[in-house]
Structures are given as structure tokens and as C-alpha cells.
Design a protein around this ligand. Sequence first.
Ligand code: GLN
Length: 198
Amino acid sequence: MKVGVLALQGDVSEHVSALASAMRSLGISGSVVEVRRQPQLEGLSALLMPGGESTTMAKQMLRFGLTEPIAEFAKSGNPVMGTCAGAILLSSKIVDRKGPEEVRPLGLIDISVRRNAFGRQVDSFEKPLTVKGLDSDFPGIFIRAPRIEKIGKHVESLATLNEEHVMVRENNVMALTFHPELAGDDRVHSMFLSMIKP
Ligand code: GLN
């Protein structure tokens, strides 16, 4: 099994390590590859879009011709997970975005997000989360997190914080506003790998 992490910008290496650890936990033999160009999508079973800066990532995706291929990859049913900036990119609407076309989200999961909704970098915080399918709390690390303001009727909520959705899934696409790769706990990455059909 080969799983990719979009590696244009953001906290790529942390996700690579968390996925490798999740593979060991699940007893899966496979590899994690960094995706910078379109050919690297070939043969992947799943793709992870990391946190970072969504505007920069969206521009880089366009520049390197990855926007459409990533959308196609997800539309073919392959599991895709986005954390924080990655979730913003997967969304169907960025409500605070009035800027240029080039930062339009991919529209792969029916959620509306508001960027930097909890304030600045110094307002980052950590809170334990109850995640559907996990038997104990998961450390939720929020760094200049977006807020999921609205979810479509086919979107399942997997975790909330103060009654707001922070982890959601629609079919093969999962979006999180926190950073599981920094939690020292590979269970969310394992959940993601479990979405891969044998
Ligand atoms: N604030 C960032 C953005 O708008 C996301 C922050 C993150 O990924 N930790 O893209």
C-alpha cells in the first residue's frame, strides 16, 4: 500500500511519521510518499492534505497542475483527509474569502469554513476530544484553526468542540480542523487508513 502526503507546504514530515506509525499499529506493510507533482499521485491508495497556509497551498497546487488531478483522485473514491489548511482546501465554501479565483476550494466535501476563526497564532489551544469510533479522548490541537460553520446533510460529524464540528466525513473525504499529527497518537491516522478499501 502506498499513501501520499501533499508536500507543497505545511507540516508534511509530521504526517509522514504519523502515517508510518499508523501502518505499523495496523500491521499494514506499505510506504508513505511526499506528493509534489502529478505523477506521484499514481498508484496511491489515499492522500493526506496537511495543515499550513491554505492560500499558499492552493496557489502551489495550481502552479504545479495538481488541483484537477487531486479533485479527480478524490472523485474516483480514494480516501482523502485534510487537516486544518488541508480541510479548508477540501471544503465547498470559504465564507471569509473574497479573493482571487486561484484560492477557490476544491469542493470535495460539503462544508462551509471560516479561516482563522479562533483568532491569531497565540490563540492556539489544546482540548481533549471525543471522536466517534475511538474508545478514549483524543488530544485536539488547534492552531489558527478554521471553523466549520455549516455541514451538508450527507456529512457525518465525528467530533465536536462546544457543539461545533471539528471532524467530519462525507463518504471518502474526511476533514479536521485540528492537528492529529502533533498529538503523539496515531489513532486518527489509523482511522484514515481504515477507509482504504482492500
Ligand atoms: N490559518 C491557516 C489557513 O488559513 C490554517 C492554519 C493551519 O493549517 N494550522 O490556511
